[in-house]
Ligand binder design. Structure first.
Ligand code: NAI
Length: 317
């Protein structure tokens, strides 16, 4: 960690994802410079980080070996993009999901950064070649798509463009693993990458089941949190299937007809709008009023952090 403090990570855009990445890198001892087009947003991010570090420490969930004070002292804000990126060995861009905006921001970074830098974008769905095609440093560009909230949900999808240098992929993977995140490589550019493709297929089916009156919102959510999700926190759907029979051939033999039959009833995608949207919103607000979202997010984050701790403890044994 002492050596890491000689290396700087630049965070461009310090909203939800930006401040979370700042905490992740600081917990591993890196110096972190956060920048935002709105100076007040940098201040907001710094105070959010203060609050969260205290909260984590109080609950025994602080990451890494450094104290709150040590972690906090590694993070500084700036209103100057150059100061954020010129000495950085790794840049994590976290501005809004808008192609023109991201292209503009990256054009500026391109003119300020070191040649051997790694420039990562938090893009949720914009493919890396679209963002980086006109950059001088396009071979140093990669997408690192985190899972919200990144500090508590460690998966990061790493997506190189066709022209990304292989060492960028290797180093990015190592860096993320060192910080405690879990990188997975998306080998081909594809709309929605992998996490959102899977997530959207789940949301799509939940929507359909609700719309067709099969289940309430609360019960649909329980199917995940008390059923599928219990397993998925430890193993994915493929290993789940493998274990649910005597291996994959056996699973296929037993279930392929049923799975195929049910899949054939899924039908075309539906847009999240209209009366179904109103009803789902109403069911949720009656349980979790809109003015209590922050409370509920804290509730969620403590549980996610506790699950992380449990997983770490189980894997240590
Ligand atoms: P956010 O709205 O919380 O933060 C975006 C920040 O970018 C704001 O503080 C804004 O002032 C700043 N910004 C806008 N233009 C800028 C510029 N030219 N230079 C510097 N800063 C600028 O957004 P959030 O949620 O943090 O999203 C950031 C990226 O992360 C997006 O690409 C998003 O798709 C992606 N992402 C978001 C997830 C989420 O659940 N929120 C999950 C995974 C990825």
């Amino acid at each position: 960690a002492a050596k890491n403090s000689e290396q700087q990570v630049g965070i461009v855009g310090s909203g939800l994802i930006g401040h979370s990445f700042a905490m992740i890198y600081a917990a591993s001892g890196y110096r972190v410079r956060i920048y935002d087009i709105k100076p007040e947003q940098v201040q907001h991010a710094l105070s959010t980080i203060d609050e969260q570090l205290e909260h984590l420490a109080k609950n025994g969930l602080l990451r890494g070996k450094l104290t709150v004070k040590e972690q906090r002292s590694l993070i500084t804000g700036t209103n100057d993009l150059a100061e954020c990126v010129k000495d950085a060995f790794f840049i994590q861009e976290c501005v809004y999901e808008d192609l023109d905006l991201k292209r503009g921001v990256h054009a500026k970074i391109d003119g300020l950064c070191k040649d051997d830098v790694i420039i990562a974008s938090s893009a949720s769905a914009l493919i890396p070649s679209l963002i980086s095609q006109n950059l001088k440093h396009k071979n140093r560009f990669i997408v690192c798509h985190p899972t919200n909230p990144p500090f508590y949900a460690p998966l990061v999808e790493v997506i190189p463009a066709p022209w990304t240098d292989p060492d960028v992929v290797v180093t990015t993977k190592q860096l993320l693993a060192e910080t405690g995140q879990v990188p997975v490589i998306v080998k081909k550019e594809i709309d929605g990458f992998v996490l959102n493709r899977i997530q959207y297929s789940i949301i799509g089916e939940c929507w359909r089941l609700y719309e067709e009156g099969v289940m309430s919102v609360e019960d649909i959510d329980k199917v995940m949190s008390e059923g599928l999700g219990r397993r998925y926190a430890f193993m994915g759907p493929l290993e789940t299937a493998y274990l649910n029979a005597d291996g994959m051939y056996n699973y296929g033999d037993k279930y392929k007809e049923m799975i195929y039959r049910v899949q054939c009833t899924f039908g075309a995608p539906r847009k999240m709008e209209g009366p179904t949207l109103d009803k789902i919103q109403n069911e949720l607000t009656s349980r979790i009023p809109l003015d209590q979202l922050n409370e509920r997010r804290k509730w969620r984050d403590i549980r996610l952090a506790s699950l992380q701790k449990l997983k770490n403890d189980l894997d240590k044994k």
